[in-house]
Design a protein around this ligand. Structure first.
Ligand SMILES: Cc1cc2nc3c(=O)[nH]c(=O)nc-3n(C[C@H](O)[C@H](O)[C@H](O)COP(=O)(O)OP(=O)(O)OC[C@H]3O[C@@H](n4cnc5c(N)ncnc54)[C@H](O)[C@@H]3O)c2cc1C
Length: 370
């Protein structure tokens, strides 16, 4: 088949690249082995007509103006600031930890300054910050660590906090004010008609051919002369020649509750200490939809299954680096996306990376031509 680019994966990485390349006059053949576009951000209506995220809740947030500007070509937005509560004992408390969390948990009435002073008295200074346990103890001390983070981490990763790289916990802020938003980014919106509708508009271009239900391994040799843009797992591209890169997976247990306007007060409730699931998300909070019933999802972390979260441990990073060296030496193929880069990236980070990759390819930069 003749096409300028074969793109593997119709998530953000593949779809954004496809659109930028097609806008520049290139022909693009985009495949995905799943039966739909959108990658993990794909959304659909469940049997009861409620818009849900089959691969787990996706909330859009970014500080990058160019990312929101690019996506705004394909969607309008609904303002939405995500809020998360954690069930600790009988209480539902804001997470990230803020002034309300500390005051309600301990029955205190500290001011903002006093919260900072309080954290100073309970934190356990650590230097260097090597593990996630170091990061959390250094910031909030042992009791808050054990109540909010240790159990959640064990469920999420199957590892103790002390076995995880510092970077995982470094993503979680602590606030001394009452700001209870989960994210602090400048732009916090949900696509007004959902993610799939946004992807459909992005890929609606005469230069783009989309085929779903097609695995790269079955068509690998069918595109001689086309440049490959690969957004699948990097170890799979190289036939796992150094062994598989470890991932943590999830099982999603979706449920519809008829005649229930709302199941819970906010979009997500975390369960750090109880149950086998880590959290419950109620989609109507995210989408703002009206419906007499409501749909929720419970997330059960597990070792086997689709690759969701790269396991951030030094030996896995070392293994990835060996694959990255192969990728750098490979001719006629460019790697981009969370699976190709073996990193947890938010959607906006992948959009930014894809915009750059596509532009580099158009500019013929040596890095992109690798
Ligand atoms: C549970 C969960 C919740 C998340 N929530 C958020 C959130 O709230 N906010 C946020 O910003 N980010 C969130 N993310 C991150 C977000 O999902 C990613 O940033 C985004 O999906 C990355 O896009 P991508 O194109 O790199 O990967 P993907 O979306 O995974 O797309 C890659 C595509 O490649 C396809 N593919 C792989 N191998 C092949 C093959 N051999 N042949 C053909 N196709 C192939 C896959 O089927 C897939 O569709 C979340 C991630 C998870 C796991």
């Amino acid at each position: 088949m003749t096409t300028d680019f074969l793109i593997v994966g119709a998530g953000y990485a593949g779809s954004v690249c496809a659109r930028v390349l097609a806008d520049a006059g290139k022909t693009v053949h985009l495949i995905d082995k799943r039966p739909h576009i959108g990658g993990n951000a794909y959304d659909e209506r469940d049997a009861h007509g409620v818009l849900i995220h089959p691969y787990g809740p996706h909330i859009f947030h970014t500080n990058a103006k160019k990312v929101i500007e690019f996506l705004s070509r394909f969607t309008t937005w609904r303002f939405y600031e995500h809020r998360v509560l954690a069930q600790v004992g009988e209480q539902l408390l804001p997470i990230p930890i803020n002034r309300t969390t500390i005051n309600q948990l301990y029955g205190l009435s500290l001011s903002e300054d006093e919260v900072q002073g309080y954290l100073e008295t309970v934190r356990e200074p650590r230097d260097p910050l090597q593990t996630s346990e170091d990061v959390v103890l250094n910031s909030v001390g042992r009791d808050l660590c054990d109540k909010f983070f240790r159990g959640y981490t064990r469920k999420q990763w199957g590892l103790d906090l002390s076995q995880l790289s510092a970077g995982v916990a470094a993503r979680i802020p602590t606030r001394s004010n009452d700001d209870d938003r989960y994210f602090a980014d400048t732009y916090q919106f949900m696509p007004a008609d959902g993610y799939t509708a946004m992807f459909e508009r992005m890929l609606d271009h005469p230069g783009i051919t989309v085929r779903t239900g097609v695995d790269f391994k079955d068509v690998r040799g069918d595109f001689p002369g086309s440049h490959i843009l690969y957004t699948g797992p990097i170890d799979a591209y190289f036939d796992h020649c150094y062994g598989p890169l470890p991932y943590r997976s999830l099982r999603f247990d979706h449920q519809h509750l008829p005649d229930t306007e709302h199941y819970q007060p906010v979009g997500t409730v975390n369960y750090p200490n109880d149950h086998d699931y880590t959290r419950i998300t109620e989609f109507k909070h995210l989408t703002g939809e009206q419906h007499p019933g409501t749909s929720i999802v419970r997330e059960f972390p597990q070792a086997e299954g689709d690759p969701y979260y790269p396991v951030p441990r030094p030996e896995n990073e070392a293994l990835f680096k060996r694959y990255a060296a192969l990728a750098e030496a490979a001719q006629g193929v460019t790697f981009v996306g969370r699976l190709a880069q073996y990193r947890y990236y938010n959607m906006d980070q992948i959009v930014a990376a894809a915009l750059k990759t596509a532009q580099d390819l158009l500019d013929g930069s040596p890095a992109a031509a690798a």
